[in-house]
Ligand binder design. Sequence first.
Ligand code: GLC
Length: 618
Amino acid sequence: MNKYEQQISELMAKMNLDQMVGQLVQPERQFVTPEQVKKYHIGSVLSGGGSVPGNNTPEDWIAMNDEYWAASMEADEDHLAIPIVYGVDAIHGNSNVTGAVVFPHNIGLGAARDPDLMERIAKATAREIAVTGVEWTFAPTLAVVRNDHWGRTYESYSEDPKIVSEYAPRFIAGLQGDFGEESVIACAKHFVGDGTTVHGIDQGDAQIDEAELRRLHIPPYQAAIEAGVLTIMASLNSWNGLKCHEHRYLLTDVLKDELGFKGFIVSDWDGIDCLSEDFGKAVELGLNAGMDMFMVTEKWQEFIEHAKLLVLAGRVPRKRLEDAVRRILRVKFEFGLFDKPRPAERKLSKQTEIFGSREHREVAREAVRKSLVMLKNEETLLPLEKNARILVAGKNANNRGHQCGGFTVNWQGATSNEEIPGGQSIWEGIQSLAPGAILSENLDGNEANPDEHDVAIVVIGEMPYAEMLGDVRVPGLLQEYTTFPNSTPIPIDDTEVAEVYATNLYLHEMHPEDITTIENIRARGIPVVTVMVCGRPLVVEKELDASTAFVVAWLPGSEGHGVADVLFGDFDIQGKLSISWPKYDNENWNIGDPDYNPRFPYGFGLQYNKSKSSGKSS
Ligand code: GLC
């Protein structure tokens, strides 16, 4: 990363204070125009989840970023040509954009135990991002999840840092590649401890000692830095009461000085807002902690004014500002951004057929197959015969949106087949392999008849959610966790806190319709294969007891037919839990715990009796 220092120095020598501070700012696209990008010398623009241009086609995205890019490169007496970099949450495919291939979320990929596959997924994802004229994705998430109540559990590969550290370099290599036409900038996130907050409260407090932080949560970032990740996103959680966004020791002393990170640190969504009631103070804390770019979605002009005053007043050392600018320019030079043509003129912008391609869908389908974990298979019911008389039921059987989970088309995900064109629901996949299968009219299995059906497949589980809206906790719990010393007050009036997904991990309480459907069919003497779509382990004792076979599909994404490939034995089932499975709510087992006694341990996963399955390896 050092071969551009001379060029960077020469460019910085020409930059005035406005131009320097402008590079640090990343507004959200709804709150900044191309004219403002030029006028304020903005360094980056982002799309939040679901913030899409026009009709959300690749062409609309290219046109949008082409305008921002052109504005940033229109040099005149006041403005230096420094290309913006556009960022999106393409965390499981370029899933904001209609028609994208949506890959399984990370928790399923962790069960696949396949680092090579990670690099292939990332390469396909990079192509589907680059084809939309975008240069940067806020991925991979390197959280080491230690509490399944967390609404972002599914964004973590595993509770085991070994898996996360093994995947990180491969995913980053797949995204960043040779920094060429088919590459994008990666972003390791969220530094640090996002998956280990008390009770899994999103943006809560990680109350662990430094030894545990270094043993479990920092290693994936070391691997990412060694792999040359160009950006890292600071986390919205606190560590022992101090927000990561103001944590100089973590951001500067550890990440930059000790681990030698040479790229730039970007804040999370308005992440400095909670550092102080005084926004100027928040800007000062964030800058002096070592943050380089600020995702300030709306108040970016206020940010610019405060930052300039802070530098002029010496409250933010000029060398701190220069360090931030140098890092941002270093990434832009390293990635070749100054040499790339404008988005509309790039090679892939003329090959939009790449987007949602069959080739990419096959990679995603393979990932689905490899991610499935079988928890139960009595009477070796699985794999099924394709000519069996099969009834398919359950709310998640025929809903591509549900099987994709959060950060898909919308921030909180999609809820229909129509929103995921090009994909296949789990039912559609079953139907393609077993044309005689029947879909329950109301998905409740009320048609079940032992004279007509040999077996039922019931697809159950969670509905889409993202971030804090996926948290599981009892109301009022926040009060207990907002009294730690020198804490940044989290709003403790529950009305201020986003509603949570459920109050505990018991599926029969979270979604009673699921056990009702399974028992409804079981009571008629028909064996049930239960397939669970979920973003985390759930307590499913009742559902397990009522099922003859039970497969966890996690959040498989758009290519639901990967589930059918395995249910019918065309491929063996091979997934192994990358996260411990609880028998009761709040057990919170993690591999390595003393007296470790989960319902299903880390690494658990049944396979087919070879004699029955002609399954190829996936
Ligand atoms: C969100 C998330 C982060 C995401 C960012 C931009 O709040 O915490 O993962 O990259 O904002 O959407």
